[in-house]
Design a protein around this ligand. Sequence first.
Ligand code: FES
Length: 89
Amino acid sequence: MTDSTKDRLLLKQPPEKPYYLFQAVPNKAYAICRCGQSRSQPFCDGSHQGSGKAPITLQETEPKNIFICACGKTANNPHCDGSHKGLAP
Ligand code: FES
């Protein structure tokens, strides 16, 4: 599953921040990469094929800023839960 670039606006991303922040378009489904191989992070680009892993789908009903974990420590995958604050800089 892939998304068109025009429907996703990345506002912040690593290494600037330990998370990806993008504005979700209402009622659009976003495939979030969980295999780590996508070249369009944090979005799935289909690179997981054959890995046994699959993207997580997010869909909001209202315009919303979405924070996606980039440190790998969140307990609320794929959302950032602030766990990066306990990591060494
Ligand atoms: S490319 Fe990573 S889950 Fe699809």
